[in-house]
Design a protein around this ligand. Structure first.
Ligand code: FES
Length: 165
């Protein structure tokens, strides 16, 4: 092959450029459609169901803090994340509360403010909640703490997702 045959004419160069631009535009048009078609697979992620968190025997009428890990699936990526629950018994009932303040998402602690004993206290803006998780009037939070979905099996408390009340 001669050197002359290797040369690209101006017309060929332009047509290659147009093919490149056309390919890019086609990919841009097809990508959202592919995502739409795959969406059910993408939405199938989320936290895996129930996680063993505490033994019923360890629970008292005083809320106790329990830290645990959950596996979170985000599309094809799986990661382990930390969670916390405040759990206590009331007669035969077991209550597991989320520690996430419903004002702006800081973490509440039980009995952490000596001026307001036996309440959940949020240090960020002095939000307070009753033991049941109910928000106390005239403090910033406007709704109760979320509760965990729960199952008790063979003396063990399993927690699922949090539920807004
Ligand atoms: S974040 Fe808890 S009171 Fe504001």
């Amino acid at each position: 092959m001669s050197e002359k045959e290797h040369k690209v004419s101006r017309r060929q160069f332009l047509s290659y450029c147009l093919m490149g631009v056309g390919g890019f535009m086609a990919a841009a048009a097809v990508t959202p459609m592919a995502r739409f078609a795959l969406d059910p697979a993408l939405e199938a992620g989320g936290e895996s169901d129930y996680v063993s968190v505490a033994s019923v025997d360890d629970l008292t009428e005083e809320p106790k803090r329990f830290d645990f890990k959950v596996t979170v699936e985000d599309a094809w990526y799986e990661s382990e994340q930390s969670r916390t629950a405040w759990i206590y018994r009331e007669g035969n009932e077991i209550i597991a509360l989320s520690p996430v303040c419903t004002h702006l998402g800081c973490t509440v602690n039980w009995d952490a403010n000596e001026d307001h004993p036996n309440q959940f206290y949020c240090p960020c803006h002095h939000g307070r909640f009753e033991k049941s998780g109910k928000n106390i009037a005239n403090t910033p939070p406007t709704r109760p703490l979320d509760v965990y979905d729960m199952e008790v099996r063979d003396g063990t408390v399993y927690l699922g997702r949090t539920i807004q009340r």
